[in-house]
Design a protein around this ligand. Structure first.
Ligand code: NAD
Length: 282
């Protein structure tokens, strides 16, 4: 069987063009603030990449880089100020935060209507109640990629590996809303390979390089690889063993060039959602 690659870069490019056009019509320059605490070099590069994309579509983005010794209370105070600032449309606290900061406390402080990453419990609750507003960017990007392979997902079996707040849980909710029969697997799941072989759609978000081999894939399945790991020689790799998946999967996302570009692009579409909502409320 021929395996088709789902090109995240190409799709991201198309959506970015649409976002730029929508924002141009609105004649409004949205403002996004990224809060950054003690980033690794990889995160710094990732944020720089986000800034390039936001600037390209006409979103004004500033980075508030805080000292590595900042406390939870200090980060909370800064987020509260941004919540109050009428000129700020979107707030993004870049994760992971250092261990001494309570990530949940910080996330929960973000005004849910400025929560461009969709990670507050209000936005996750809206998703769970099937009233989505701002949806976490990575699973939203995955759904766009899945739709490149198939428009109607009704009745398909989906297995999502990973149960994080950032990826696995919201991904499962999105697939459920598309009428899939969804199973969430995780590190304690038994007989993972056999379970995965039942999946018409397999989304792997573990960060375990090479976990998904031919033995985990139903012939013709749509396989979405969210994982990002670094090999010993410094290359980026996903959860899926590409060589062994090719010829069995029907569709497959490459790493890099699959989910990554879509994640950044969904920040832009969430910003458009916020601006539309703000204009409607005026
Ligand atoms: P996480 O560490 O919070 O969650 C990992 C999940 O994988 C857990 O629920 C765990 O139970 C499960 N898991 C781990 N090992 C497993 C195994 N052997 N078998 C079955 N399940 C296993 O991570 P996360 O934030 O959800 O991110 C997951 C991966 O996706 C990471 O590699 C991360 O770098 C990547 N990621 C990529 C993007 C992107 O834009 N491409 C965005 C976010 C996260």
């Amino acid at each position: 069987m021929e395996t088709k690659l789902l090109d995240g870069r190409a799709l991201a490019g198309k959506i970015q063009e649409q976002v730029a056009n929508e924002l141009a019509v609105m004649q409004r320059v949205p403002k996004l603030v990224v809060v950054l605490v003690d980033p690794s070099e990889a995160i710094r590069i990732y944020v720089r990449n986000k800034l390039k994309r936001t600037a390209a579509v006409g979103i004004q983005t500033t980075v508030q880089e805080l000292s590595p010794t900042v406390s939870t209370e200090q980060v909370v105070a800064i987020v509260k100020e941004l919540n109050q600032d009428k000129l700020v449309d979107g707030i993004l606290v870049q994760l992971p935060l250092p261990d001494h900061i309570n990530t949940n406390t910080v996330i929960e402080t973000i005004d849910p209507n400025k929560d461009v990453d969709g990670l507050t419990s209000v936005n996750l609750g809206r998703l769970m109640a099937n009233m989505p507003y701002l949806v976490p960017c990575t699973p939203l990007g995955c759904l766009h990629l899945i739709h490149q392979a198939k428009a109607d997902l009704t009745g398909l079996n989906a297995v999502v590996i990973g149960r994080s707040r950032l990826v696995g849980r919201p991904m499962a909710q999105l697939l459920l809303a598309e009428n899939c029969t969804v199973t969430i697997a995780h590190s304690k799941t038994r007989n993972l390979a056999a379970l995965c072989r039942t999946a018409d759609i397999l989304v792997s978000a573990t960060g375990q390089p090479g976990l998904i081999t031919d033995n985990y894939i139903k012939p013709g399945a749509i396989v979405i690889d969210v994982g990002i790991s670094k090999t010993k020689d410094g290359h980026i790799t996903g959860d899926v063993d590409m060589e062994r998946a090719k010829g069995i999967a029907g569709w497959l996302t490459p790493v890099p060039g699959g989910v990554g570009p879509m994640t950044i692009t969904m920040i832009l579409t969430n910003m458009v959602q916020i601006i539309k909502q703000n204009l409607d409320n005026k």
